[in-house]
Write a protein that binds this ligand. Structure first.
Ligand code: GUN
Length: 299
């Protein structure tokens, strides 16, 4: 049987409708409009495209948003001052500094400047620490999106072996911490595999659920998969395509054509985890706005 396609686009639209309803309520009952500031430094085309998509989603559901597009040579102090300005701004509930930053900037120090209550990416050490010990926090959007997608498809993870390819602070490490928690749609046995592994296949073949976040186009093939595994493709890679007007096409970290014959379920690229990441950003921003107003409305 061909794999079930986990339709992140459809689920993200469903979540966006729910968030819009909550946003309308927050507006009419409390006069609060969730506000998100995007900070984009330099001219990385992928980053520009991500911020554009995130900003569009904000507009669609009635959030207030601002995009600060800064030149590549922006200095650390300038960026720090700008973040502090938004830390103080009562109309802004979330601050997102798009990564990666140009090399001359210290990303770790920049992230630490963001008020943890406005850290809708969940990258500040306070939120990272809270996630590790299971306290309420902003969960990083991509792994939170993976968990939400599994949840909405009723795919249970308790006792399952989740193997994560990649150890980034954005996906791999937070995904491990999310799925380790002793709660529903987590409580898994988690392995992180990274570039120092001598035999990656030895690990990937053990996965009941394989999360692929290598950043390498179509790296994961059908030999690497256990029969009926669930495969989550986090990759968004641009590869040359002479047939496309833009000259490139987007593929994931997984060779979809071969892997979808072995897996029981798989996320497509595009239309899988990408839209879920954006939906979780909106959800975190709504949470930040509600926290700031102390209004309790269940999402
Ligand atoms: N770069 C790649 N993914 C992300 C993300 O989720 N947030 C930010 N800020 N930058 C990213």
């Amino acid at each position: 049987m061909p794999a079930l396609i986990l339709d992140g686009k459809k689920i993200a639209e469903e979540i966006k409708r729910e968030i819009k309803a909550e946003t309308d309520k927050l507006k009419s009952q409390y006069g609060i409009i969730p506000g998100l500031a995007f900070i984009l430094v330099g001219n990385n085309p992928a980053s520009e495209s991500y911020v554009k998509m995130k900003n569009k989603a904000c507009n669609e559901i009635g959030f207030f948003s601002i995009t600060e597009k800064l030149p590549d040579k922006t200095e650390q102090d300038f960026l720090t001052d700008l973040i502090n300005k938004y830390n103080r701004d009562p109309l802004i509930h979330g601050i997102l500094v798009q990564l990666p930053l140009p090399e001359h900037l210290n990303s770790d120090k920049i992230i630490e400047v963001i008020d943890p209550r406005k850290d809708v990416d969940g990258f500040h050490p306070i939120n990272v620490g809270k996630l590790v010990i299971g306290l309420d926090c902003f969960k990083p959007c991509t792994p939170a999106g993976i968990q939400e997608l599994l949840k909405r498809y009723g795919i249970k993870t308790t006792g399952k072996h989740i193997v994560i390819l990649g150890r980034s602070n954005i996906v791999g490490k937070p995904a491990a911490n999310i799925f380790l928690q002793k709660e529903n749609f987590a409580n898994a046995i988690v392995t992180i595999v990274h570039s120092a592994a001598d035999d990656i296949i030895k690990y990937t073949r053990q996965a009941d659920i394989l999360i692929c976040a290598t950043g390498k186009a179509e790296f994961v093939n059908s030999d690497m998969i256990k029969k009926d595994a669930i495969v989550i493709d986090v990759g968004i890679n641009r590869i040359p395509d002479s047939k496309s007007k833009s000259g490139y096409k987007i593929v994931g970290d997984v060779d979809f054509a071969s892997v979808s014959k072995i897996a029981s379920a798989i996320t497509p690229v595009p239309g899988g985890i990408g839209p879920m990441t954006i939906a979780m950003l909106l959800s975190n921003t709504l949470k930040a706005a509600k926290n700031f107003t102390n209004a309790y409305i269940k999402i």
